[in-house]
Design a protein around this ligand. Sequence first.
Ligand SMILES: Cc1cc2nc3c(=O)[nH]c(=O)nc-3n(C[C@H](O)[C@H](O)[C@H](O)COP(=O)(O)OP(=O)(O)OC[C@H]3O[C@@H](n4cnc5c(N)ncnc54)[C@H](O)[C@@H]3O)c2cc1C
Ligand SMILES: NC(=O)c1ccc[n+]([C@@H]2O[C@H](COP(=O)([O-])OP(=O)(O)OC[C@H]3O[C@@H](n4cnc5c(N)ncnc54)[C@H](O)[C@@H]3O)[C@@H](O)[C@H]2O)c1
Length: 467
Amino acid sequence: MDQHFDLVVIGSGSGNPIVDKRFADWKVAIVEKGVGPLDSFGGTCLNVGCIPTKMFVHTADTARVPEHGAALGVDLALRGVDWPAVRDRIFGRIDPLAAGGERYRATGRENVTLYRGTARFTGERRLAVDTADGPVTITADQVVVAVGSRPDVPDVPGLDHALGYHTSDTVMRLDRLPRRMTILGSGFVATEMAHVFSSLGVEISVIARSESLLRHEDTDVARRFTELARDRWDVRLNRKLLSAGREGDKLLLDLEGPEGAEVLETDELLVATGRRPNSDLVDAAAGGLALHPDGRIVVDGRQATSVAGVWALGDVSSPWRLKHVANHEGRTVQHNLLHPDDLRSSDHRHVPHAVFSSPRIASVGMTEQEAQVSGRAYVTATREYSGIAYGWAMEDTTSFAKVLADPATGELLGAHIIGPEAPALIQPLIQAMSFGLDARSMARGQYWIHPAMPEVVENALLDLPLD
Ligand SMILES: Cc1cc2nc3c(=O)[nH]c(=O)nc-3n(C[C@H](O)[C@H](O)[C@H](O)COP(=O)(O)OP(=O)(O)OC[C@H]3O[C@@H](n4cnc5c(N)ncnc54)[C@H](O)[C@@H]3O)c2cc1C
Ligand SMILES: NC(=O)c1ccc[n+]([C@@H]2O[C@H](COP(=O)([O-])OP(=O)(O)OC[C@H]3O[C@@H](n4cnc5c(N)ncnc54)[C@H](O)[C@@H]3O)[C@@H](O)[C@H]2O)c1
């Protein structure tokens, strides 16, 4: 029998918090198929994304303290890494959170029904869900499509499930640490996981198809990061993976590079080559939803899709696959559901991101290469951490903050930081850009605590050659 609801939310990641107490009078369904090896409730960020990765990153940073201590004359030693303890501490916190979230949705509110299964559109605002109790048909006045994305694995001969490769969905739950791990890709996941596993003692090889890691970052940042990565990992740039195979416990990767063919032998392979939107899993086209060529659902500024009453947010529709963007878009959808006569748009003017590798990277606004292409007048200034007092304290020789501004007005156009605490240091610059504070006012209109790390930002701003 068909079930009709006021609202159906598909996906329990950033879609789930939309349904708060203001929806107490609405008849609501939430549909979730499960993510990761345990088919968990709560989406990517909680179960296989931001949260576990950053718990591993913090652990990795801790394991590297002896390396940093040596430069300061402090003799520390890493005596060992108890991988099962590390892994189980992290998932021992996360798995109960996911289970608790699911319990609340299953039993916590009378007006909310949780369906566990994959939802597929069979018409406009009409869905079929395969649940453990059999198929259900759901119709609704309003539908929120928050189905996210999944790892995208390239079509390479031998690179199939039988090979036993990992993605970010599985690599954090390895039974044991391998001696060697190869990572295919050179973006967010690749560089964060290379930091995690190398800090815990694994020999890392990174296969990048371009000539730098993190090539979407400002070129100065990507260049510095790549130089540092080459000191730490076996970084193979300009490489193509031609085929993959297994010989007993070993994986053999056939690569083609600037010096011809090479075979890389490894124990585990992490494929980190991007993600694809889950619009196909939900059969968005059958629901009448317009799609971009890359599979993202088309939305307008208000997160409305091409079908009245259907909204989309997060990785399935956004060009930014970031949790803070998905959350922001979720709040837009929530407001628009509750206030149909006063619709709001999402604010995508200054979307920042951070890469939690080592060193850390944080960025907002235009890179220098984007500023060049845009043709707009700009000036830049770069201040090394070694040029501020706290940088001396840390004996830092490689980190910097770079800012871009309009020479005439001082309007901040972009900021890029590579080094310790970059994600925290960039926040005042995001604030300045969001609220229209120009570089000169920002630098001189407030006190900067001395001798703290934000002085690197203050000095970069003061160094800008403004008219
Ligand atoms: C390893 C990793 C680390 C990351 N780290 C960060 C970070 O540090 N900072 C950051 O900002 N972002 C990070 N991200 C990105 C961030 O996790 C995503 O942008 C965010 O979680 C997307 O939220 P969402 O709600 O769009 O999708 P999800 O959270 O993926 O939610 C979608 C849900 O829909 C379900 N679903 C899919 N199809 C169906 C269907 N047909 N029927 C029913 N249910 C369905 C899925 O099972 C899933 O639970 C990371 C991502 C990864 C993979
Ligand atoms: N700190 C964070 O905010 C964070 C952390 C992890 C993931 N994420 C999000 O998750 C998404 C997925 O991360 P990701 O690292 O998988 O994607 P990514 O887009 O950051 O990087 C993908 C990498 O794979 C390479 N690549 C693509 N196809 C390839 C192929 N066929 N062969 C070889 N290399 C190939 C690309 O050149 C790139 O280096 C990101 O878009 C990001 O938004 C965010």
